[in-house]
Write a protein of this length. Structure first.
Length: 440
């Protein structure tokens, strides 16, 4: 049924193509910096730069996502990022590029990423029929990891043949294709604020409740005039904050997802070091590691429905995160590239289960018109963890030991396990937070 949906098909295509280029870009730039500097700390700086905008930008981005047509916003972000990458490619081919140009490109792409992923997640909720969120989230994850797998499989060979300029050139073109796919997704302008059919969704807030209506009145109870742009921004931020305070299960699922993504992104610092210094492999070996992860993630996306038939969704989420928490401290003891690739495939599958189940839980609870701000809040939290973990893991890997760095990474996944357990407890009790009492 999803393949009969024009919106979902073009969203799938946009994400697959975009992530093919992004996967090549991230892996290629990571290998290039390590090859040029031989410093895990310099590699960790890449992750810090790409995630640093996510500490601030989502505050504004979340409001934009819930105010503007998410399709048009995605198109603009794709075109801007494509121009940045192609401009850097031109500098490299002209022989004028320096390392700081690479870092600047990564930072600017990070500004786009800080808005783009929350935009796409919110757009997915719009084009996916209610009741098909789990299947659709698995499809979205397959698009993401399928693109990453294709990019990871190609990156080593393209790097050897055409260098970093060839990789960035391909990435720049994929942004243009992704923008065209989003353009074809649907016709017309759709403002998120038109989604008024979910004013009190499952476990959601009743937005006609006194606590919310009071936000539109002054202290004497008189209706406020229409606020300016600044007033609207503040009102939107406060509305999202009120919602999250009253939704402990949404917060638990968001914390689960943020901890997991904090580990997934920052682990790249360690995986590239493991490939080069422990497994003594080259860029092609790193490509195999990336491909193993993506293959596992795609397999997890395809089989998530089967596993949720065997286990409850909350239990499967806890089990998958537990494998990530227990498995990563063992990673540096893999004695061969083949074993390391196999372990990374298992980790990719567990990441797929975690992503599908956490995102599905969030989508089933959060109203559409609040999804942008909710996703941006969790994205900002994930970025904080990614920056802190990237710096910590890079320092530990370079100055202490790679094994200790992987152990710390396992601890972060352990925090995700605890948050998932909390979400399961709230699911069992049917708790939606104090909002129900206030809306009664």
């Amino acid at each position: 049924m999803l393949l009969e949906s024009r919106g979902f098909v073009f969203l799938f295509l946009a994400m697959f193509v975009s992530l093919l280029g992004t996967g090549m870009n991230f892996a290629g730039v990571t290998w290039y910096v390590l090859e040029q500097t031989h410093s895990p700390m310099k590699v960790s700086l890449l992750t810090v730069l790409v995630m640093m905008p996510g500490l601030v930008v989502p505050v504004v981005g979340g409001v934009l996502i819930d105010r503007l047509d998410r399709r048009y916003l995605g198109i603009v972000l794709d075109l801007l990022r494509g121009g940045i990458v192609l401009g850097t490619t031109a500098l490299i081919r002209a022989g004028a590029a320096r390392l700081w140009h690479i870092y600047a490109m990564v930072f600017l792409l990070g500004v786009g990423f800080a808005i783009y992923w929350s935009t796409v997640n919110a757009l997915a909720q719009e084009v996916i029929p209610r009741g098909q969120y789990a299947t659709a989230n698995a499809g979205v994850l397959i698009a993401i990891q399928g693109g990453m797998m294709a990019g990871g499989s190609l990156v080593g060979f393209v790097y050897k043949a055409a260098g970093l300029a060839g990789i960035l050139g391909i990435d720049g073109l994929t942004y243009l294709v992704a923008a065209f796919s989003l353009f074809m997704l649907r016709a017309g302008y759709v403002a998120p604020q038109t989604h008024r059919d979910e004013e009190s969704g499952p476990g959601g807030v009743d937005f006609t409740a006194p606590a919310v209506a009071a936000a539109r009145e002054d202290p004497l109870g008189q209706p406020l005039g229409e606020p300016g742009i600044g007033g609207q921004f503040v009102r939107d931020v406060r509305e999202a904050a009120r919602y999250l305070r009253r939704q402990p299960r949404v917060l638990a699922l968001g914390l689960t997802y943020a901890c997991m993504m904090g580990g997934v992104i920052s682990s790249n610092v360690l995986v590239v070091t493991l490939t080069q210094e422990v497994l003594h492999s080259d860029a092609r070996g790193f490509g195999f590691m990336e491909a193993g992860w993506a293959f596992g993630a795609v397999s997890g996306g395809l089989s998530a429905g089967v596993f949720t038939g065997w286990f409850s969704a909350p239990m499967l989420l806890i089990m998958a995160l537990s494998v990530l928490a227990a498995g990563h401290p063992l990673f540096p003891y893999a004695g061969s590239l083949a074993l390391a690739v196999a372990m990374n495939a298992v980790f990719g599958m567990c990441r797929a289960f975690g992503g599908v189940l956490a995102q599905t839980g969030i989508m089933e609870i959060v109203p559409r018109r609040l999804m942008g701000r909710t996703q941006s809040t969790f994205s900002m939290l994930a970025n904080v963890l990614q920056v802190l973990m990237s710096l910590t893991l890079g320092y530990f890997a370079q100055h202490l030991s790679l094994a200790l760095a992987f152990f710390v990474l396992g601890l972060l996944y352990g925090c995700a396990v605890l948050a998932a357990i909390r979400a399961r407890e709230l699911h069992r009790t049917g708790s939606a937070g104090p909002v129900r009492a206030s809306a009664a």
